[in-house]
Write a protein that binds this ligand. Sequence first.
Ligand SMILES: Cc1ncc(C[n+]2csc(CCOP(=O)(O)OP(=O)(O)O)c2C)c(N)n1
Ligand SMILES: [Mg+2]
Length: 540
Amino acid sequence: MTERIEGHGGELALAALRAYGVREMFTLSGGHVFPLYDAAHKAGFPLYDVRHEQSAVFAAEAVAKLQRRPGLAVLTAGPGVTNGISGLTSAYFNASPVLVLGGRAPQFRWGSGSLQEMDHLPLVAPVTKHAETVFSADDIPRAVAAALTTALTPHRGPVFLDFPLEAIFSVGDADPPAGPAIAPIEADPDEVATAAGLVAGAQRPVVIAGSDVYAGDAVAALRAAAEALEVPVFTNGMGRGALPPEHPLAFAKARRVALRSADVVVVVGTPLDFRLSFGDFGDAKVVHIVDAPSQRASHVQPAVAPAGDLRAILSALAEYTGDRVDHADWVAQLRTAEDAAKARDAEEMAAETDPIRPARVYGELRKVLARDAITIGDGGDFVSYAGRYLEPAQPGTWLDPGPYGCLGTGMGYAMGARVTHPDRQICVLMGDGAAGFSLMDVESLVRQKLPVVMVVGNNGIWGLEKHPMRAMYGYDVAADLQPELRYDQVVAALGGAGETVAKAADLGPALQRAFDAGVPYLVNVLTDPADAYPRSSNLA
Ligand SMILES: Cc1ncc(C[n+]2csc(CCOP(=O)(O)OP(=O)(O)O)c2C)c(N)n1
Ligand SMILES: [Mg+2]
């Protein structure tokens, strides 16, 4: 018989958290959650604190996204929890297994007006897979274990628990939690066979692979399926880098050409949302491979939509033994388009303009980034360019905000990335507008010795909004920022360092200094405000 675990609510929670592979907490101080700090402190469990709860949740999300294990944010009652809601919502849209533990005013005098008394559940319920108040210390390990099982079960996502003051401060005991046992969802074999047959029989098939392929540890299976069926692969979100850029089936630039001519489009591990023209690929048949039945689209009817463990489904595609059309000409045709687009990009990335255009920033950055560098995008146009010009070489190296499109992920994601990879380059690409949401958390990074590089595309405007508003109305409001503001000095004031770059020729050495600095370092690049990212739909 295993021994029961004993302790106060914080200690009981920590025992369950550890059993589920949680390895650190991100938080901002509040008395309601002191027992969780006490447990962490006494156990030598790493604790990182931030200057805004949103950053704590984003940091937890970055850990979850990069490491495919639960990330934890601990938020104090009331305002601590409400400040975390955009982070929770992002995690919900991104299917990230994030656990938020909230403090909560005492239950025994609920309704009497305690400090920070509010019921969080109705607020967080719509953006979590599970939200629950745990009323006794004894019940905490069970609740944490159940919440984390839910978070880790495809389709993954965030979960929320809060603990009334007397529950978390009191002592209890419980059976030790066993740890995760997530049974894979088995897809319907007939649907998988139909999908394989459609791809094998297609003249011009295309695969688009997204975040759940990485989250489901199905990258190798994706590659095997693509190679066996000879299908060009495009990626988005955490799918980026699934195939190394030099792989003969890896494509990025020829997407429009590919989707215009494709007769079968396989979308795997990502929703048929605005990023994929809502699943409308003209006459092409759509195969939508999802990690759970809940992820089947309701707004379009794909030819087939196998739902289940992505690794198993993709492995089954890789093992397809039927006849297959030769796709060599199709792949070659796309390669020609890809190479032409790459040549155009290379010219733009080398262009000597004054003011600097974002393309050149990425041209210079590519020269100093290691293959395993983590790049993080937080901004508007500047980040759209990052998506276009940077080519993640490995899976799990690219963090964007995902379909919720929330600005302000920057320093939180950077903290989670740095904690995950103490020895890699961490580079945050920020618009000057986006920088305003989280820059104060440079202080947290400095104090806790978590160096990262920030590159700000400083065009002095909310570019992704200003240009479309002008196009729509002929004027714009609420779209200007202070031009040439010294964001590098903000970082220096917070204990980091940085510099402003106005000339393209100075970019390379500045970036080198940034990666050598060993402290949070911001390269403030004055970019051309007239430059607008070319996009068909400008509403964001
Ligand atoms: C929290 C949040 N607020 C507002 C928006 C709307 N929005 C999307 S992009 C953008 C402009 C971003 O400006 P900046 O970061 O300076 O990048 P730029 O487009 O200028 O390169 C805004 C305001 C959003 N996506 N998220
Ligand atoms: Mg801007």
